[in-house]
Write a protein that binds this ligand. Structure first.
Ligand code: ADP
Ligand code: MG
Length: 590
């Protein structure tokens, strides 16, 4: 299927949504309104949970803050519902920013647990604050008016709800395909990699969290003015769980999943509520929970990723266009060869009582390839982590292009021009090769969340895509840019990491065992690539590698570590003949 065909399908869907009230009965229109309102909350959950990997049970409370804000403003204080909207967005945004700033540094389950805690707290707040109607709620909320046109009936507010939902989906779609959106998608799987390409992971998490809260706020505003009444019950944590279930059932990794999940669960609930009293007049309430649990278990068994990806398997794939050749992104000027580029001075790193790096000093000169070798556990990877800022040093100093970068945040070191790969490959297996490499261009591009969502980043995005494609081609992975990274053999995943690092246009390339898992031919190709990077582009490379043949034929100089200390340094031939090295590293054979 081509992009044009996809657009036509999307337009047809929008037309169908627009025409629906003409042929639906009033009750169905009301149901459709609820679906739209719930889908907005679920859309926020797709972003925060499905995309960002942070499970939130607290979205109903954001919806509640907004609903109560607008109810207070319009029903009790007589302001316009539009002022209510402003107040709702500001208050919800503020609360989400504060909660996010406090809790988003928590890892894994703690974050989710904290969302339950504040969900409960906010629910009781609604019920107990004087002036908000306690548990009886606030009645007589006025309808939204556009000019003198009051959205008083289900049919009228239907259009507003679905227009807001469709706009939110379009903006989210643009955002996810932009620079910051890629960083959002890369959050799953840990901060180390995203920070290594210059992303402030905490900032991205916080903004994603606030966006998801604002979507819930929009939903709460619409909810309050549709039902014209608010009480604490619909903003309870159990509702928060229901929204999460909607996103999961629909497919939490997909924007459409929000709508599909909201529709399915709303319709199912409606049907179950009609049907169960017929079979079990006295126990319908309890049975409802049983029926839903059973259905949820079935769902987990057969369509764990949600309905959207399950159905999408049977639909034609959308053809994706390879990046076009455009004006390349600006590049740095590499320093003159032969200068001191990186200076490591008495670096130390302890893990408990173990000195993984113990007083190691060496220099990397611009334009050279320096090999760091040593037996397993010698401290090589730890040394790399100190240089790139992935780990704080216990002592010593690291200077890069004459600035002290010791214990600087990883992303700032990356932005200064140090790009790295990891010994244990850190890719995003469910993102394409192209997207993985595009992550590398993060620090070279600027478009923020607004530009991305509004689609104003297209020119820069094309440049970044072109750059990523060139790097893929250069490392020999240019034939299938839309393959998922997880489908590559491990050796090629390492090569993909090199392409990502090169996309950052680094001054210093730091490679941790790049040739591990490669076949002989592939190793030769890699050596050729690294040589050409040094000889043709003056790029400086620091690498750890175990294959002696590979190292000896490639590097200008070698530093040897053992038990955390440097035991030798020099040109390959000198190091090869060093008795200590032979004993320690080569077991006296070489
Ligand atoms: P190499 O890369 O040379 O094989 P590493 O730098 O990975 O060695 O490890 C050096 C030593 O530090 C090893 O003894 C290893 O077990 C220890 N080490 C590395 N990382 C950690 C960590 N995060 N926590 C505790 N010990 C660690
Ligand atoms: Mg290592």
């Amino acid at each position: 299927m081509s992009r044009l065909q996809l657009r036509l399908v999307a337009i047809a869907a929008v037309l169908l949504v627009a025409a629906a009230p003409l042929f639906l009965d009033p009750f169905s229109v009301t149901l459709a309104n609820y679906i739209g309102i719930y889908a907005l909350v679920a859309l926020g959950l797709v972003l925060i949970t499905g995309v960002g990997g942070m499970v939130s049970f607290g979205q109903a409370s954001f919806m509640g803050i907004a609903a109560y804000s607008t109810a207070w403003a319009s029903a009790l204080m007589d302001y316009s519902p539009w002022f209510g909207l402003l107040l709702a967005l500001v208050l919800t945004g503020l609360v989400a920013t504060i909660l996010g700033a406090v809790t988003l540094r928590l890892q894994g389950h703690f974050l989710s647990l904290s969302t339950i805690a504040w969900g409960l707290a906010i629910y009781f707040l609604f019920g107990n604050v004087d002036g908000l109607g306690h548990f009886n709620g606030i009645p007589s909320i006025p309808p939204i008016t556009i000019g003198s046109f009051a959205l008083i009936s289900s049919e009228r507010i239907y259009y507003l709800i679905w227009a807001v939902l469709i706009a939110a989906m379009l903006l989210s779609h643009n955002l996810l395909n932009s620079r910051e959106g890629r960083a959002m998608r890369a959050l799953r799987g840990g901060d180390a990699m995203v920070e290594s390409v210059g992303v402030n992971a905490f900032r991205i998490k916080l903004i994603t969290f606030v966006i998801s809260a604002l979507l819930a706020a929009l939903s709460g505003w619409l909810y309050a003015h549709m039902g014209r009444f608010v009480s604490p019950t619909p903003f309870d944590v159990t509702r928060g769980i229901e929204y999460l279930m909607m996103a999961m059932v629909g497919g939490s990794g997909y924007l459409l999943g929000a709508v599909v999940g909201a529709a399915l669960i709303t319709l199912l609930k409606d049907w179950v509520q009609d049907f169960l009293p017929l079979v079990a007049p006295n126990a319908a309430g309890q049975l409802e929970i049983v029926v839903f649990s059973a259905l949820f278990i079935l769902f987990l068994q057969y369509a764990r990723d949600g309905i959207v990806p399950f159905v999408a398997k049977f639909l034609p794939q959308v053809r994706r266009e390879r990046p076009r050749a455009v004006e390349p992104l600006p590049r740095r000027t590499q320093p003159e060869p032969g200068q001191t580029l990186l200076k490591v001075d008495n670096a130390k790193r302890a893990f408990g009582g173990l000195m993984a790096v113990n007083d190691v000093s060496f220099e990397v000169r611009s334009g050279e390839i320096l090999g760091l070798i040593g037996p397993n556990g010698a401290g090589k990877s730890t040394m790399f982590n100190l240089i790139t800022g992935a780990l704080p040093a216990t002592g010593g100093k690291v200077v890069f292009t004459s600035s002290d970068i010791t214990n600087e945040p990883q992303r700032l070191i990356a932005r200064a021009g140090v790009a790295r790969t990891f010994q244990h490959v850190k890719l995003r297996p469910k993102m394409t090769l192209l997207d993985n490499v595009l992550l590398g261009t993060y620090a070279r591009t600027q478009s923020g969340f607004f530009k991305g969502a509004l689609g104003l980043d297209r020119a820069e995005e094309e440049q970044a895509r072109h750059e990523a494609m060139m790097q893929l081609e250069r490392v020999g992975l240019g034939d299938r840019p839309f393959e998922l990274a997880g489908n590559l053999p491990l050796g090629n995943q390492r090569i993909l990491e090199i392409a990502r690092a090169l996309a950052a246009d680094p001054i210093l390339l730091v490679l941790d065992e790049p040739a591990a898992g490669l076949r002989r031919q592939e190793k030769l190709a890699l050596a050729k690539l690294l040589r050409s990077l040094r000889d043709d582009e003056n790029l400086t490379i620091l690498l750890v590698e175990h294959d002696m043949e590979f190292v000896m034929g490639l590097v200008n100089r070698i530093v040897v570590m053992e038990f955390g200390s440097k035991i030798s340094e020099g040109e390959p031939s000198t190091v090869r003949n060093d008795a200590r090295v032979q004993e320690a590293y080569l077991g006296g054979v070489a």
